[in-house]
Design a protein. Structure first.
Length: 280
């Protein structure tokens, strides 16, 4: 019984020894490939993590992406190392391919958002703080994540846009400011130059109105009831409403304080009377 077991052990020992002697260089090469793969995976993972952190991407997402890249690289070098020592990698490749296909189909939308996020980070068509408009939605960029971008509008409402709906679309970028328009009517016999000067002073002195681009004030049109003065100015995107209300109040007060007539809507109706000759 003991002799039989010893013979069995001796048999396996000779097999292992013969295998090591025959494939010693292949084993050594496979170990080198594996260690090299671990080194490359570590370096690439750190490089990706550093790149994402420099672009202020969420730390959780950064760790996830860098770890996924690291694992994929390790698996790739492990498959190469196994092939080096004669172990067939075909089943592994087939399994990885099937798993990748299934994951790709299941996460198609998410992956397209991530791909678009990488394109935004690489090309930088806008940055945090810019005011953008895309597909009819506008607001100031609050956060740029790998899968989505968050905007905040003048009503302090956060708008989340998947990145695949940004890349490839017509994008309007007014940077950190938005354009505001206002109008006021004055009488035809009023001093238009004085009214324009008063409005320019209001805009120049208001603390939230941008100095650059310059505000614009002038005659917009000649309306039925008076001359319409239009004024255009730029304000921080998140301050649109409060600035517009404040500017309109100050413009109205300045016009009134200068005794410039602000006409009210009126309509002149002419009645035509028909006189018929009647019998006396």
């Amino acid at each position: 019984m003991i002799d039989s077991e010893l013979q069995q052990v001796e048999k396996y020992y000779h097999l292992i020894t013969e295998y090591l002697v025959t494939y010693s260089m292949q084993i050594f090469g496979a170990i080198l490939i594996l260690f090299f793969g671990l080194w490359v995976a570590q370096k690439v993972s750190k490089m990706i993590a550093g790149l994402m952190q420099r672009h202020n991407i969420d730390i959780t997402l950064t760790n996830f992406v860098s770890n996924v890249v690291k694992v994929l690289l390790i698996i790739m070098f492990l498959v190469i190392a196994l092939g080096k020592i004669g172990i067939s990698v075909t089943p592994f490749v087939a399994a990885i391919g099937a798993a990748s296909l299934g994951a790709g189909l299941a996460l198609q939308g998410m992956l397209s958002n991530y791909g678009a996020g990488l394109a935004i980070i690489a090309t930088r068509p806008f940055v945090v703080g810019d005011t953008i408009e895309v597909k009819g939605v506008s607001g100031q960029v609050k956060t740029i994540e790998l899968g989505y971008t968050i905007l905040i509008n003048e009503e302090k409402v956060e708008i989340t846009i998947p990145n695949k709906h940004i890349v490839g679309e017509i994008l309007h970028n007014s940077f950190s400011y938005s354009l505001v328009k206002g109008e006021i009517d004055i009488a035809y016999d009023a001093n238009a130059d004085l009214a324009i000067e008063l409005i320019e002073t209001v805009l120049k002195e208001h603390e939230l109105v941008a100095d650059e681009p310059h505000s614009q004030v002038g005659i917009e049109r000649f309306a039925d009831n008076g001359v319409t003065l239009s004024y255009r100015y730029w304000v921080p995107t998140t301050k649109i409403i409060e600035t517009k209300l404040s500017v309109n109040r100050k413009v109205f007060s300045a016009i009134q304080g200068a005794d410039i007539d602000i006409p009210f809507p009126q309509r002149i109706v002419t009645l035509n009377h028909t006189h018929e000759k009647g019998a006396e």
